[in-house]
Design a protein around this ligand. Structure first.
Ligand SMILES: [Mg+2]
Length: 307
């Protein structure tokens, strides 16, 4: 049973639980967007990761989910499980967490500490004007599909770490310090028809948009944005699945109708973030629903599964 089947069977109790954040109305005008993520040593990061990097990523991956909804960060709680009290470690962890929190104007309002194998859980909450959130369910046939920055850098770093190789500083930076695309998400409100953050790989996360929006998509390998290092790795190995299904990118994937393409260009210029059109949303195929066609790929990539 994979994680999505598990959630559907045991925890889908009739509420809408299928987006990057849950939305809760607080009054007639505003909604809270709330999300939770856990990082576990050995599963999400190697045992020798610095406390600074662990803290940064634990908060950044939650901020990335807020970004995917276009939410403005408000507050977070922290549940920290530690094998022992190591004050120098805690000092560094706390300092790094605080720097990112201040940068993104999000406030630590509570939490829990327990003893056990190292694990960090953060629950982050943001706010939105009611009915403005970027959802996975709004993609329309004819929309262009975009991704921010480059794909595959974190997956290549993780692969090299597991093979006892030393990833470059740039690759490690992408793996340990993904930049939450908060400003981009906020700027896409009223422009994008749908949005998701890429945590499990483009193939799986774009497929969530297709399923929720009941549309298909066609993307083209030739135009996927790659760093020089990832492009070189692909040239040597043809391992496109690392880019499509490696995960940990924390970039935004979103769809925009033709009518809003010019507004998107303005956003791109204002934020100075690289945005690349990688394909188009198509009508769903009568044969295979919500089908993702990847031009140039001759096999199916196995997406990351927790179970
Ligand atoms: Mg997400």
């Amino acid at each position: 049973m994979n994680e999505f089947d598990l959630i559907k069977k045991y925890f889908d109790w009739g509420q809408d639980i299928g987006d990057d954040c849950a939305l809760v109305s607080v009054n007639r005008y505003q909604q809270l967007a709330t999300t939770v993520d856990t990082l576990i040593e050995g599963v999400h990061f190697p045992a020798d990761t610095t406390p600074q990097d662990i803290a940064y990523k634990a908060l950044a991956v939650n901020l990335s989910d807020l970004a995917a909804m276009g939410a403005t960060p408000l507050y977070f709680t922290l549940a920290l499980t530690l094998p022992s009290v190591n004050e120098p470690w805690l000092e560094k962890f706390s300092q790094s967490l605080r720097v990112l929190a201040q940068q993104c104007s999000i406030h630590l309002i509570g939490g829990d500490t327990t003893k056990g194998a190292l694990s960090i859980t953060i629950n982050a909450t943001g706010i939105l004007t009611k009915n403005q959130a970027l959802l996975r369910s709004g993609a329309q046939a004819g929309d262009s599909i975009f991704v921010s920055n480059t794909l595959g850098d974190a997956a290549l770093a993780w692969q090299q770490l597991q093979n006892q190789q030393n990833p470059s500083t740039a690759l490690l930076e992408n793996f340990n310090r993904p930049e939450p695309r908060i400003k981009l998400g906020q700027s896409l409100l009223g422009i994008a028809n749908s949005c998701i953050d890429i945590s499990d790989g483009l193939q799986q996360d774009l497929s969530h948009i297709l399923t929720c929006s009941k549309v298909g998509a066609s993307i083209d390998l030739d135009v996927l944005p790659l760093s020089a290092e990832v492009a070189k790795h692909i040239a040597n190995t043809s391992d496109w699945c690392m880019v499509l299904a490696g995960g940990d990118d924390y970039e935004l994937c979103f769809t925009v109708s033709e009518a809003h393409i010019n507004k998107l260009k303005t956003v791109q210029e204002e934020l100075g973030v690289m945005l690349t059109k990688i394909g188009v949303i198509t009508l769903r195929s009568p044969v295979s629903q919500f089908r993702l066609t990847i031009e140039g790929l001759d096999k199916t990539c196995k997406s990351y599964q927790h179970f």
